[in-house]
Design a protein around this ligand. Structure first.
Ligand SMILES: Cc1cc2nc3c(=O)[nH]c(=O)nc-3n(C[C@H](O)[C@H](O)[C@H](O)COP(=O)(O)OP(=O)(O)OC[C@H]3O[C@@H](n4cnc5c(N)ncnc54)[C@H](O)[C@@H]3O)c2cc1C
Length: 436
């Protein structure tokens, strides 16, 4: 199968190329200018001279990314979704294909084997994958928006040369912050790092870590000097086969079952000095910054999930199911709900893309990311729940994707900051703005 990224590369190098008769992904129009792209070769664009455009317009490259990922997800992942969910396992072939397709290094510069594309390209890829399977989507999301981003932003030249080529070609990444006693209060983490003659020794446990069954590279946050509180938190890179590192337990979950979520143990786990990511004591800053971006990815996952659940149900009520001699989608009581749900999905998408574009434009996007994640996860919950009802008994049985999308939606309000934590962030920033 041809790589999505390879197919996009010639186009991304030549903004004037236009494809005739292209299909719009989920009704999104294509933007004719590369207005907000942040790839280095496009940074010279002076944003002040650009005419504002609708938030959901995509550049040609982004739009083709959406189309190609959509096609790949429907054709290659779609047939495996139910089986992977039942087996609570990610198909290894799917992971292999994600690398082949170039979806594991979307923003990573080409010199390290990545696609060198912009953040919005990653966001549309995450959204399109979630339309078909939110489990595959979160694997790609964590790998790109947390792991690759952390190394690109905070790794020195040597770290980038060491880790990025692996992460773009075959090694899955994992981001390990949460612990048994520290979830929302993430910086109360108790994993300790001790300096040794030529490196560090880690001791402690991490909990609920996404991608941990598939990953080969783990970004681990540990405290190097607990007397300094959160200012002792430091980021390290741990490879899977490091002695003292083990996967203790794989969780059985309500939703996103094919995505692995495990407890990790570090028992005198010795790593070389070169596996320090960035600087000692800066880990809390790195985690905050990376998670602010990552949250937009989760918001995109939830938007894609909502659209996937909606489309699945819409097709059923408007094509398949008749009651009282009518297609059930012809009843006004159904049509109003379906229209309301689609409107909410469009609103969620606008929040997501706005947050992504603001990040790309170098503007403050923290509140926008929090609002996007909060709202998109609420919409995903509401729409996927309604979609089960619109399909009646067919929505409730474990045959199609309706009940799975409903179960999967719940995680949006929990990981990368619960809904209460998003509300807290939004309120804090608003209060600052409105306090005399
Ligand atoms: C499937 C899954 C995958 C995950 N993947 C990862 C991963 O890859 N890496 C990683 O590091 N972590 C991961 N996590 C952990 C996740 O980020 C945490 O579960 C999340 O941050 C919430 O923490 P908690 O579960 O300890 O809940 P708690 O913090 O105990 O919260 C429980 C409830 O209390 C509320 N609450 C807590 N504090 C406040 C407050 N100050 N004000 C108001 N309400 C509050 C919360 O909103 C929530 O409703 C994952 C979790 C799951 C379930």
């Amino acid at each position: 199968m041809a790589s999505i990224i390879r197919a996009l590369r010639p186009l991304s190098r030549n903004p004037s190329v236009r494809l005739a008769g292209k299909r719009l992904a989920a009704g999104r129009p294509v933007q004719s200018a590369y207005a907000f792209s942040t790839t280095p070769r496009r940074r010279e664009v002076d944003l002040s001279e650009l005419t504002p455009t609708p938030i959901t317009l995509l550049s040609e490259t982004e739009s083709l990314m959406a189309d190609s990922v959509s096609k790949f997800a429907v054709e290659q992942i779609g047939p495996k979704v139910r089986e992977m969910d039942e087996a609570e396992t990610m198909d290894a072939k799917v992971v292999e294909q994600l690398f082949e397709q170039g979806l594991m290094g979307i923003e990573v510069p080409e010199e390290f084997g990545g696609a060198g594309m912009n953040f919005t390209a990653a966001i549309v890829a995450i959204e399109e994958l979630a339309r078909v399977d939110p489990s595959v989507s979160v694997l790609v999301d964590v790998h790109n928006t947390l792991v690759n981003t952390a190394i690109m932003k905070y790794g020195d030249a040597k770290a980038q040369r060491t880790w990025l080529p692996k992460l773009t070609t075959g090694t899955v990444g994992s981001f390990c912050l949460s612990e048994p006693a520290s979830g929302s209060d993430a910086f109360a983490l108790q994993t300790k790092a001790e300096k040794t003659a030529d490196g560090y020794k880690l001791n402690g446990s991490k909990m609920w870590i996404t991608n941990s069954m598939e990953a080969g590279v783990f970004i681990v946050f540990a405290n190097i000097d607990p007397s300094k509180g959160y200012k002792g938190i430091t980021a390290f890179i741990v490879e899977k086969d490091t002695p003292g590192f083990s996967i203790a337990k794989k969780e059985k979950k309500l939703g996103i079952r094919a995505s692995s979520t495990c407890v990790l143990n570090f028992d005198d786990c010795v790593i070389p000095k070169s596996n320090l990511l960035g600087e000692e004591g800066q880990g809390y800053k790195y985690a905050i910054s990376v998670l602010n971006e990552g949250r937009i990815g989760i918001a995109a996952q939830m938007t894609g999930l909502a659209l996937g659940a909606w489309e699945n149900a819409a097709r059923y009520v408007w094509n398949d199911r008749r009651q009282f001699g009518e297609l059930i989608g012809n009843f006004q009581g159904m049509q109003h709900q379906i229209a309301q749900a689609y409107t909410e999905i469009a609103a969620a998408r606008a929040l997501v893309y706005n947050a992504a574009r603001k990040k790309e434009a170098g503007q403050d996007f923290v509140q926008d990311a929090a609002m996007a994640k909060l709202y998109a996860s609420q919409v995903a919950g509401r729409v996927s729940s309604s979609a089960v009802e619109w399909m009646g008994g067919m929505g409730f049985v474990r045959e199609g994707i309706a009940e799975k999308m409903f179960r999967d939606s719940k995680i949006g309000a929990i990981y990368e900051g619960t809904s209460n934590i998003q509300l807290q962030t939004i309120a804090k920033l608003l209060q600052k703005q409105y306090t005399n």
